[in-house]
Write a protein that binds this ligand. Structure first.
Ligand code: NAP
Ligand code: ZN
Length: 346
């Protein structure tokens, strides 16, 4: 076991404090990573504040991890010291069930081991990326392509894969009209990725404040959902809608914007139930779906896709002392468009 520096929260209403946590000694398939940057995902806030249920405190969040390999276990062949690598929302899974066998470890029948707020196979509480080092089994580490700087790679490990996966599955492509609800961390990457897949992209944001940015990211249209006219004007319009909003919305109003056979994929994860009116679905054979991050191979595919299409998130780099402030700004939709911690300040 080694002690490493971290920033932890001690309870749902507490602020972040400097602390030390332990990381295990390397097993034969383990990789020790010096974390250079960690993105702040809205899920970190939901979890740290106990919105998704009880968590074990002190909690070190962070599942958008980019760093450098500093040591490898005896049987690791895929990585060597000095490699640029990433870790996302999970650090292990059973490896045996049909989901794992199909490369969809996030849906592991035993439950995947989340990067933080989980319990690993050693019986230890997992602790995430707001720390200087992490030990992860090699099957859950991905390679960051050379042309993606580490600080902008970090948010791809959750926000990137969470939007890439449903866009790919529901075939965002030329001739498809795709809407993205919410222009935050996930939303702005959804716009960039859907645009790179050649779909026609529309942003549905609360206001028009970020319109210029949305168009720069590749949107063709931009509408304010605070204007009730938006919902009339865009009724029956979209083949695919990705909802990235962290709060409860009136889902029926958005489902009504789907064309015949259209699908609304919910990736936002508010704790309250989202009420859906059956008649809104039936009337145009619409589907309401959900999607959780992506598998490990798919995460590597997403990084390679972003590398090829020069897609990187817009980030605001902060020191670890500013995590509490960043959380408040995310909660006020005042994020342009992902906070990333410089882990040298931890
Ligand atoms: P974020 O940066 O805070 O972005 C969410 C955006 O939603 C905001 O920027 C805002 O965009 C809009 N929004 C916020 N509150 C709203 C409200 N009350 N009404 C309408 N719109 C509102 O958050 P994020 O990191 O992208 O995460 C978004 C959600 O996805 C979170 O719930 C997170 O837990 C979840 N998530 C899910 C997965 C998964 O696997 N499914 C993975 C990662 C994250 P505008 O200002 O443009 O309106
Ligand atoms: Zn996340």
């Amino acid at each position: 076991m080694v002690n490493v520096k971290a920033r932890a929260v001690g309870g749902p209403t507490e602020s972040f404090k400097s602390t030390e946590i332990t990381r295990r000694n390397l097993d034969k398939h383990d990789v020790l990573i010096e974390i250079k940057y960690a993105g702040i995902c809205h899920s970190d806030i939901h979890a740290a504040r106990g919105e998704w249920g009880e968590v074990h405190y002190p909690l070190v969040p962070g599942h958008e991890i980019a760093g450098i390999v500093t040591e490898v276990g005896g049987q690791v062949t895929k990585f060597k010291v000095g490699d640029r690598v990433g870790v996302g929302c999970m650090v292990d899974s059973c490896g045996q069930c049909s989901s794992c066998q199909e490369g969809e470890e996030q849906y592991c029948e035993e439950g995947n081991v989340p990067t933080y707020a989980g319990i690993d196979k050693y019986g230890e509480h997992t602790q995430g990326g707001y720390s200087t080092h992490i030990v992860v089994t090699d099957g859950f580490v991905v390679t960051i392509p050379d042309n993606i700087p580490l600080e902008t790679a970090a948010p791809l490990l959750c926000a990137g894969i969470t939007t890439y996966s449903p866009l790919k599955r529901w075939q965002a492509e030329k001739g498809k009209k795709v809407a993205v609800i919410g222009l935050g961390g996930l939303g702005h990457l959804a716009v960039k990725i859907a645009h790179a897949m050649n779909a026609e992209v529309t942003v549905l944001s609360q206001t028009l404040k970020k319109e210029e940015d949305g168009m720069k990211f590749g949107a063709k249209n931009y509408h304010a959902t605070s204007n009730p006219e938006t919902f009339n004007k865009l009724a029956n319009s979209f083949d695919l809608i990705i909802n990235t909003v962290s709060a409860k919305l009136d889902m029926n109003a958005y489902l009504n914007m789907l064309a015949l056979n259209g699908t609304l994929v919910n990736v936002g994860a508010p704790s309250e139930p989202l009420g859906v009116n059956a008649l809104t679905l039936i009337g145009k054979r619409r589907s309401f779906a959900g999607s959780m991050i992506g598998g490990i191979q798919e995460t590597q595919d997403m990084l390679d896709f972003c590398s090829e299409h020069n897609i990187v998130p817009e980030i605001e780099l902060i020191s670890a002392d500013r995590i509490d402030e960043a959380y408040e700004r995310v909660l006020h939709s005042d994020v342009r468009y992902r906070f990333v911690i410089d882990n040298s300040t931890i």
